[in-house]
Structures are given as structure tokens and as C-alpha cells.
Design a protein around this ligand. Structure first.
Ligand code: SAM
Ligand code: SF4
Length: 339
């Protein structure tokens, strides 16, 4: 029995996949407006009172770690660094331990715009790693894709993260046909020079404006071939993490490719999600989610919350259906679910 919460549930779904990784969105707000994620204007944000407090997030996270087998937590959003006192939440979560007494793998996905200021305090609070999103190394293109003219701040933030020891720093690049699909080798060069891992992500149908089309997706094979032609690659293997990993044959580091569209990794999926408003989802593309905030705020016990979570995991589907005729877009876009 777990030390803290006094309950223990097995979070294995009906396809035999065990949950190990919890993604927590801590806000639906963001200081960027990336074209593949948010609309330029008009998106309604949840009222503050509907957003989980840090204490509520910590209670749910504790249950997952101490009683439900979760070993890794990633904070995301929206943009997690726009929420006040993020270091306070990081410190609260960094104290959590698995039943075996191990610390958790605590990481953050951010657009990097505030990392020059926050990287050091976040590392000091117990954050282990960061993924920084960056889709172009060209200032004009960067501004077109994010609708913000902030490339220098993001580049400085990436360096600050590396200098603060938030290692390995991974740079998430969403590849969109016609927008940045000629920059793969530039990103590889950038990563090799700085000891940073680019992770190329296939564009998914989660943009708020509903403009996604299959013709804008640049597939993993094309991405790997482009880099391999400049810097020969060899596969590292494919674990439960979604990125298939490739290393440079000359030993200068690694790149990852997340083929969510052309080669979905649903069969290995070990993750679940908590939205900023306290809904629990078993998939980025889930149509149904489960309210945890209501029960939490009306006094549910850890055992009752664990039952709700285990029941939802039991119903997790085999995988998303992108590209199939029966694919249904989830009602929330990426910034609302938490990427
Ligand atoms: N604001 C933070 C950031 O941008 O890193 C965290 C939240 S963001 C929603 C998480 C990740 O989702 C980012 O790496 C972003 O590039 C990615 N993302 C957003 N919309 C996407 C889409 N339609 N397809 C693929 N990846 C997407
Ligand atoms: Fe904001 Fe991240 Fe979405 Fe860009 S991808 S709009 S930075 S939440």
C-alpha cells in the first residue's frame, strides 16, 4: 500500500498498456498565438475560478504518483510559464516520490519566451528537463508562425535552460508544409552546435482554426531522409516515448521524430492528461473526458478519485483515427487540452 494516500490501483487499460506518464496543463492561456494551435484572437479562456489551484494539482499529482504508478509528470498548457509562481508548483511536485521512494521525472514544455529569467529558478525548484517549442530559426518566419516577434528571446531561453542544467534540452519543431519544411537541416545544425536535441513533430489536426489538412503534414520518413542526407543517421530504437530517436553516425548527438500522424504510436502509449480545468483525458484526441475537479471540490476521497481515474483508463481506446474516414476532431484544440 502506498505511504501517502492509502489507496493503490493498477492503471492498465484493456489493451495492456500501463499508465506511467501524466501531462498536466496548468493554464489554457498563452502569450503566443501559433497558427497550428491557437486563433489570432477570439479564443475564450476559462475563468480563473475554473482553473485548478496549485494545491489541487498537487493533490491529484500525488495520487497518481503515490498510488497509480505514474513516474513522470510534464507540465504544459497553454503556456505554463505565464502562470504566476510556477516555481512554487514545481517545488511542490518535485517533492513527490513513487512507492519505491524514487523521485519523479519532472519536466516542462514551454515556448521558451521567459526561460532566460526562469530557467535557473525552475532548476533550483527541482525541474529536471525542458522541451522548448521553436519552429523557425528565421525571425520573419518565426513571427509568422507564432504571431509574435520573439525569436531572440526564445533562443536566449534555450541557452539559459542548457546553462541551468535542464538537460537534455529538446527543441520541439512542428513541421508544416510550405511554412518551415525546408529548415530541418538548419535545426539539425543548430542542435549539433549547441548540444540540443531537435524533435520534429508531425502537424496534427488540433489547430483551433480548423485549417489542418493532410497535405500540410510532412511525414517522418521525409524528415529523417532530409537530415540523413546532410548528417548521416542511425536509429537508436523506439521505446514507450513517442519520438523515434536517431543518432548522428559521427556521434554529434540525436534527433527525435514524432510521427503522430503517419505512424501513430498509440500501441505503446503510456500517458494520460489533466486539463487546466481539471478534466482527465486518456488521449490527446479523446472525445470524452472525465471531470475530476467537481468531485475534488465536493470532498471526494482519494479512493473515490482513484476509482474514477481507473474506470476512465479501463475505457481508453486503442488509438486515434487521423486520416481515416471515421476520424472525429476533439472539441478542444491543442492549447486547451495541453500538448
Ligand atoms: N506553450 C507550450 C509550447 O508551445 O511548448 C506548451 C503547450 S503546446 C500546446 C505543446 C506542444 O504542442 C508544442 O511543442 C507545440 O508545438 C505542439 N503543438 C501545438 N499544436 C500542434 C499541432 N496542431 N500539431 C502538432 N503539434 C502541436
Ligand atoms: Fe501557445 Fe504553445 Fe500553442 Fe504556441 S503551441 S500557441 S506557444 S500553447
Amino acid at each position: 500500500m502506498a505511504a501517502g494516500t492509502g489507496v493503490m490501483r493498477d492503471l492498465t487499460d484493456s489493451f495492456g498498456r500501463r499508465v506511467r506518464d501524466l501531462r498536466i496543463s496548468i493554464t489554457d492561456r498563452c502569450n503566443f498565438r501559433c497558427v497550428y494551435c491557437m486563433p489570432a484572437e477570439g479564443l475564450e479562456f476559462a475563468p480563473r475560478s475554473e482553473i485548478l489551484s496549485y494545491e489541487e494539482i498537487e493533490r491529484i499529482a500525488r495520487l497518481f504518483v503515490e498510488s497509480l504508478g505514474v513516474e513522470a509528470i510534464r507540465l504544459t498548457g497553454g503556456e505554463p510559464t505565464v502562470r504566476a509562481d510556477l516555481t512554487k508548483l514545481v517545488a511542490m511536485l518535485a517533492r513527490l516520490q513513487t512507492p519505491a521512494g524514487e523521485p519523479i521525472d519532472l519536466s516542462l514544455t514551454t515556448n521558451g519566451s521567459t526561460l532566460s529569467r526562469l530557467a535557473e529558478p525552475l532548476a533550483a525548484a527541482g525541474l529536471k528537463r525542458v522541451n522548448v517549442s521553436l519552429d523557425s530559426l528565421d525571425p520573419e518566419r518565426f513571427a509568422a508562425m507564432t504571431r509574435r516577434d520573439m525569436l531572440p528571446q526564445v533562443l536566449a531561453g534555450i541557452d539559459a535552460a542548457r546553462d541551468a542544467g535542464l538537460y537534455p534540452v529538446k527543441v520541439n519543431v512542428v513541421v508544416v508544409r510550405g511554412a518551415n519544411d525546408d529548415e530541418m537541416v538548419d535545426f539539425a545544425t543548430y542542435g549539433r552546435e549547441r548540444g540540443i536535441q531537435p524533435r520534429f513533430i508531425e502537424y496534427m489536426p488540433l489547430d483551433a482554426e480548423g485549417n489542418w489538412s493532410m497535405s500540410q503534414v510532412v511525414g517522418a520518413d521525409e524528415i529523417v531522409a532530409a537530415i540523413d542526407a546532410a548528417y548521416p543517421l542511425e536509429p537508436v530504437g523506439h521505446g514507450p516515448e513517442p519520438a523515434s530517436r536517431w543518432r548522428y553516425r559521427d556521434g554529434a548527438g540525436e534527433v527525435g521524430v514524432i510521427a503522430s500522424v503517419t505512424r501513430p504510436f498509440c500501441g505503446d502509449c503510456d500517458r494520460v492528461r489533466l486539463t487546466a480545468e481539471g478534466s482527465f483525458a486518456t488521449c490527446l484526441f479523446a472525445i470524452d473526458d472525465y471531470d475530476l475537479k467537481g468531485p475534488l471540490r465536493s470532498g471526494a476521497s482519494d479512493a473515490e478519485l482513484a476509482d474514477l481515474i481507473a474506470g476512465a483508463v479501463g475505457l481508453k481506446w486503442a488509438g486515434h483515427r487521423i486520416g481515416k474516414v471515421d476520424f472525429v476532431r476533439p472539441k478542444r484544440s491543442m492549447s486547451q487540452i495541453g500538448g
